[in-house]
Design a protein around this ligand. Structure first.
Ligand SMILES: Cc1ncc(COP(=O)(O)O)c(C=O)c1O
Length: 370
């Protein structure tokens, strides 16, 4: 049969922009004929996956003819124990991304409003648009810090959810515990707060809270965490939400039965107990972050101090050119234009060797073009 397809997708989909992931290594290798490509574009763990997780996945391979545990009971318990929560306060998801979609499906009606910081991670907007809800942006300050008062001031009768991303992607800036407390105490009771703490392990500031203590205290708060970053398991897709039991019960109503595969469950149980890998990964980021700052200063580039495993650096009007030149040298970073930051690049922190290659390349590009 031939002819024009007349079936129409939902009208909400017409306004939705597709997510642009960091370019994969293989694509750049193929396009540019390069052998060595360094990816500093998706905030992954350059040390690789937790070795304990790899062993656990290998052991789980022979059981792959069985469906995974639909409720991820063991993993839920491991997380509950780790964070001093009850298992009923935890939901396991197919990466943090799935949790954002599930939250949108659970809580957003058409015309509801969500408040997001601006700029921030794009999936919050995606979830809202999917449900026909509106996105209200509470801008960060000029130096890309949180403005808690602007967030509270953006609330209307239609506000259903407030997203807080701390550390924020792409700026690396955080909300202090006091600011989080202020926001939680200032919002009307019908507003659900989602604290995206995907990068919480990389924070060294004393006044930071990953929100778990506020979940324990019973606030209407969902804390999102992921195994994709510090644990190095981005490829197997597993994350979780922590929230009061009543909120978890609501979200479970829309969850697919087998949303988290068996290898991911086994890997995450092992990874959460792999303290050595966590501590190596955290130290690497802390040390290399300082080294990148020093190199940026030498190059005369300003940057935003980051509490995460990436740094937003200001390279000027030629940001797109510099991004392409880096790519031509086999270094993939993220152009921050998508966030409205026209002079910036977001650079994930790699191994010392990868960071050295980045700095050398930046040095060459800037020297040749000034
Ligand atoms: C702020 C933030 N939240 C959530 C996620 C989702 O991570 P994942 O779906 O891999 O768990 C990411 C991924 O980059 C992120 O940057």
């Amino acid at each position: 049969m031939s002819g024009k397809i007349e079936v129409q997708a939902r009208k909400e989909l017409k306004q939705m922009k597709p997510y642009t992931p960091g370019k994969p290594i293989w694509e750049v290798q193929k396009e540019l004929g390069l052998e060595r490509v360094v990816k500093l574009a998706s905030n992954e763990n350059p040390l690789g996956p937790s070795p304990k997780a790899v062993t656990a996945m290998q052991a789980a391979l022979t059981d792959l003819h069985r469906y995974p545990d639909a409720q991820s009971v063991q993993l839920k318990q491991a997380i509950a124990t780790h964070y001093e929560l009850s298992a009923e306060q935890v939901i396991i998801t197919n990466g943090g991304d799935e949790l954002i979609t599930l939250l949108s499906e659970t809580f957003l009606d058409a015309e509801d409003e969500i408040i997001v910081p601006g700029p921030t991670f794009s999936e919050y907007e995606f979830g809202a648009q999917l449900m026909g809800a509106k996105v209200i942006v509470a801008p960060l300050t000029n130096d890309l810090q949180y403005d808690p008062e602007a967030i509270v001031a953006a609330v209307t009768e239609r506000t259903k959810m407030v997203y807080l991303c701390s550390p924020n992607n792409p700026t690396g800036t955080i909300l202090s515990k006091k600011e989080l407390q202020y926001i939680l105490d200032s919002l009307p009771k019908w507003v659900l707060v989602v604290l995206d703490a995907a990068y919480s392990h990389f924070v060294s500031a004393d006044d930071y809270s990953d929100g778990i203590e506020f979940v324990r205290a019973g606030y209407p708060l969902v804390v999102l965490k992921t195994f994709s970053k510090i644990y190095g398991l981005a490829g197997i897709r597993v994350g979780f939400g922590a929230a009061p039991q009543a909120i978890i019960q609501n979200i479970l109503q829309v969850k697919e039965p087998f949303n988290v595969n068996a290898l991911a469950q086994a890997a995450a149980i092992a990874a959460i107990g792999d303290e050595e890998h966590v501590s190596r990964s955290r130290s690497l980021v802390a040390e290399e972050r300082q080294r990148l700052y020093a190199s940026f200063r030498e190059l005369g580039l300003s940057y935003t101090e980051s509490m995460s495993n990436f740094v937003l650096v200001e390279v000027g009007e030629q940001s797109e050119f510099i991004y392409e030149q880096l790519m031509a040298k086999g270094i993939i970073v993220r152009l921050a234009k998508a966030w409205g930051l026209n002079s910036h690049l977001r650079i994930s922190i790699g191994t010392p060797e990868e960071n050295e290659l980045l700095i050398e390349a930046l040095h060459h590009i800037l020297k040749e073009n000034t």
